[in-house]
Design a protein around this ligand. Structure first.
Ligand code: 26Y
Length: 824
């Protein structure tokens, strides 16, 4: 592996005293793992290394907290049900500039650092982009020296592990050990008691004020566990605080003493199930109640914690919002609005209007989706059972809000129905997005187009009533994990050309612009790519047994598998190429390897069938001697951060082909462009902005735009059969799904896919975009036959990707939403 030596060393004391780190590792091997150097397993060694590194972080974490306290700094709390961290060790080493030192230390101990790093499993407490974005933000906040803290749940079971068994996705429990995780510092003494269920008794308090009493609740305890988050340079170490659920012993004891042993155990199970597992998808009815409890458990623990910390600083409740910002990562934690109101009104006896002002000034909401099913709604009946007091509060919020709506739109008698927090159609339901908008001072989307669609199509009434609340914050990714750490050969080359400032100031990547056409630089760039492509080819060989041609064009589509992301469109193109080879005798201009990776939601049969289709197509094509060396299709199992870190540095072409108007932003597109892949993409999400930045000449775009699709939808004038009839190549590709060409052993297997395209309206417009996609892929081939032109464009993609650093995104949030300042 390539070691990075150019990063500004921050741990000078350690650099100088090489022995200190070794001693720390040996110390933990003995005292934390109860082992010796001679006896230790790889797992024990890895644990000792991580604990030694954690010690360094802990010192800095305590110093950081002290600094924040001295400055009485405003703090941001980033509430998210999901954080997808990936591995931590390599990232911490990179950010602290300790990679070389540790590698040397391990060498002395006769251990390979790379093997130790492979021992760590991915912290996958999240399903997709929203979760990974949260992790990138934490990295940027710490790097920018900002007091920003993640708050989430410590699931016992994070995202499932994916195996491919005969081409089908099989779900297995994830491997991240949350019980004995070396990065987590558990704080059982800081426990919070969280009430739920019970009933509300009307009552009067001081001055005859209405003060209802929430009674007969069940309590679940929330235990905080802190994970240190080190920024680049290691000056600032923030924390990600994850709560786990425990049963409330005090209450159990009553039951135990009442001699009802089984009742006590049941209560324990009831409590601890709250943080048992991450829900991988839109949930079925049975798990609704558990999911509601999880969301409430997170916000209740968080609000109690924030309030406790704030009051400890001696702050007045009335100044709470000046010192606190809460960002809601989609609607999952939107209950924070109701919980903060409850806390202010019921526990601090503040009057309603002041409480409401404070709540709105504190909270801000980000939407991450355009998929209608992902807009959360809770059946009122269920909500009332679990959170009776919160329901009252939401009714009161709604009552006052609808009064405003009526005053504002006296002639629009339907406005209150459209904007209400309570939907009356399809059973009474609470609309969480409406609560999030009403209770926040800021609402943002995650790319320009997405934010515009939120204003125009999803929340037009709210955008009209509160135009100043709506804004856009285009997503970003941390270049430290996704370029500096994931791609050392390229990172070193970039640094040798323009210095290392880009690691903390991604906009300086633009200095590479002048190297794009430099033949010497191009040559070195090509060497890094060859190196990375060979490593990935080796990995593919190890995992799947498939031999691929490392000189072929690596065409990569890696992301959640979902119909709207249109892996199927990519597959139709592959089928088209395959038939062109075997039937028309037309070999492609350049050999290609199509690389897929991604998980389907366990409850999404359509997405699961696409996975099977990818694998079956691969099986047929890869063993067909007529296509040898020209065409290969591979799906790597268990997509996650670590696998992405292997694939992205080796990608030539980045597939970002969602139907326009469906992908809120995308962030894989940014990671790939930053590593020098060219994009083939629709005008969707942040693809549009990537194309603007890198230049239309350096980006392959195709397909209908969001407006046109919307128009065709409203007019009901799209008909897949027209495209099928007009283009024999399209027909030939699509017909394969109706035949058994790719499912000899399970005849008829893919007919449902054919039906969804041809008989059920092709909801995601595959056929409409297929011809222009095929044409554009042809342009890709042509360019690839001109390596110098291709490399120039690839280098320009890197040079112009600075905007897509999450440092930029976080600075925008900090300036315009959080009013958060660096504390140096
Ligand atoms: C409320 C619940 C059903 C829910 C659960 C998960 C709602 C949404 C989500 C997750 C959404 C998500 O991951 N969205 C992705 O967010 C990325 C970061 O902003 C975007 O880049 C990506 O386009 C979007 O699909």
């Amino acid at each position: 592996m390539t070691h990075i030596s150019h990063y500004p060393p921050v741990c000078n004391a350690l650099e100088a005293d090489n022995g200190a780190l070794r001693d720390a590792i040996l110390y933990h091997l003995q005292y934390s793992c109860g082992s010796t150097k001679k006896e230790a397993t790889q797992g024990e060694l890895a644990r000792a290394v991580m604990l030694a590194v954690r010690d360094l972080l802990t010192e800095r974490m305590l110093a950081t907290e002290k600094r924040y306290q001295q400055h009485n700094a405003k703090r941001l709390y980033y509430l998210s049900m999901e954080f997808h961290l990936g591995r931590t060790l390599g990232n911490v080493l990179a950010n602290l500039g300790l990679t070389t030192l540790l590698a040397r230390t391990m060498e002395e101990l006769g251990v390979d650092l790379e093997e130790i790093r492979e021992q760590e499993s991915d912290g996958a407490l999240g399903t997709g982009g929203l979760a990974r974005l949260a992790a990138c933000f934490l990295d940027s906040l710490a790097t920018l020296d900002m007091p920003g803290f993640g708050y989430g749940l410590k699931y016992q079971f994070g995202l499932f592990r994916q195996e491919l068994v005969q081409g089908y996705q099989k779900e297995l429990p994830g491997r991240w050990d949350t019980e004995h995780n070396p990065w987590l510092i558990s704080r059982p003494d800081e426990v919070f008691a969280i009430p739920m269920y019970g009933r509300v008794e009307p009552s009067r308090g001081r001055n005859n004020r209405y003060a209802p009493v929430w009674q007969d609740q069940k309590f679940v305890l929330g235990i905080p566990h802190d994970m240190p988050i080190a920024g680049a340079g290691g000056k600032t170490v923030n924390t990600l605080r994850l709560f786990s659920a425990r049963s409330a012993d005090a209450f159990d004891i009553q039951i135990f003493t009442a001699n009802d042993y089984f009742q006590a155990i049941r209560h324990q199970l009831f409590s601890e199930s709250v943080s048992k597992m991450l829900y991988p998808s839109d949930v079925d009815d049975q798990s609704l109640e558990m999911r509601l409890k999880q969301e409430y458990f997170l916000v209740a623990c968080t609000i109690q914690d924030i309030m406790k910390k704030y009051l400890k600083t001696g702050g007045e409740i009335s100044n709470f919002a000046q010192n606190t910002a809460i960002q809601l990562n989609d609607t999952n934690p939107a209950l924070a609005i109701a919980e903060l109101m409850r806390c202010l009104v019921d526990e601090h006896q503040l009057d309603w209007d002041n409480s409401w002002d404070i709540t709105r000034a504190t909270c801000a909401y980000t939407s991450h989706t355009l998929v209608p099913e992902a807009y959360e709604k809770w059946p009122v009946q269920l909500f009332e059972k679990v959170l009776p007091r919160h329901l009252q509060i939401i009714y009161e919020i709604n009552h006052r809000f609808l009064h405003e709506v009526r005053l504002r739109y006296p002639d629009d008698e339907n406005a209150p129905t459209r904007m209400s927090l309570i939907e009356e159609t399809g059973g009474r339901q609470l609309n969480m997005a409406h609560l999030a908008i009403i209770g926040s001072h800021s609402v943002n989307g995650v790319a320009g187009l997405h934010s515009q669609l939120l204003r125009d199509n999803v929340f037009p009434d709210f955008a009209d009533m509160f135009p100043e609340r709506f804004s856009n914050k285009t997503n970003g990714v941390t270049q430290r994990r996704w370029l500096y750490k994931a791609n050392p050969p390229l990172a070193n080359l970039i640094t040798s050309a323009i210095g290392n400032e880009w690691i903390i100031r991604a906009e300086t990547l633009s200095r590479l612009d002048e190297f794009a056409a430099d033949s010497q630089f191009q040559k070195q760039f090509a060497e890094t790519r060859n190196h990375n492509k060979r490593s990935l080819a080796d990995h593919i060989m190890r995992v799947t047994g498939l031999v691929i041609n490392p000189d072929s064009l690596f065409d990569v589509q890696i992301k959640r598998v979902h119909e709207y992301k249109r892996q199927l469109l990519h597959l139709l193109y592959i089928i088209h190429c395959y038939r062109a080879i075997i039937e028309d005798g037309e070999p492609p201009q350049v050999p290609r390897t199509h690389i897929f990776a991604g998980k389907a939601a366990p409850g999404d049969p359509a997405a699961k069938l696409i996975i099977k289709l990818i694998n079956n197509i691969g099986q047929v094509i890869n063993r067909d001697t007529r296509t040898r060396d020209m065409l290969k299709v591979v799906m790597l199992p268990d997509f996650g951060v670590s696998l992405a870190e292997k694939i992205i540095p080796a990608a030539d072409l980045s597939e970002q082909i969602s139907m326009a108007g469906t992908e809120a932003s995308g962030t894989g597109n940014m990671k790939l462009a930053m590593n020098g892949a060219l994009t083939i993409g629709t005008r969707d999400g942040s693809n549009i902005e990537i194309m603007e930045e890198v230049g239309a000449d350096n980006f392959f775009t195709f397909g209908l735009d969001a407006d046109t699709i919307e128009e065709l939808r409203t007019e009901n004038s799209y008909n897949a059969w027209d495209y099928y009839a007009d283009n024999p190549l399209i027909r030939r590709a699509v017909d394969c799904l109706d035949s058994d060409m790719f499912c000899q052993e399970e005849p008829g297997l893919f007919r449902d896919i054919f039906a969804s395209l041809m008989y059920e309206g092709d909801y995601f417009f595959h056929l409409a975009d297929l011809e222009s996609y095929i044409d554009t892929q042809q342009q890709v081939n042509e360019l690839y036959t001109h390596p110098a032109s291709w490399r120039k464009k690839a280098i320009l993609n890197i040079a112009r990707s600075g905007k897509f650093s999450s440092d930029r995104t976080v600075m925008e949030y900090a300036e315009t939403i959080w009013q958060l300042k660096p504390v140096v």
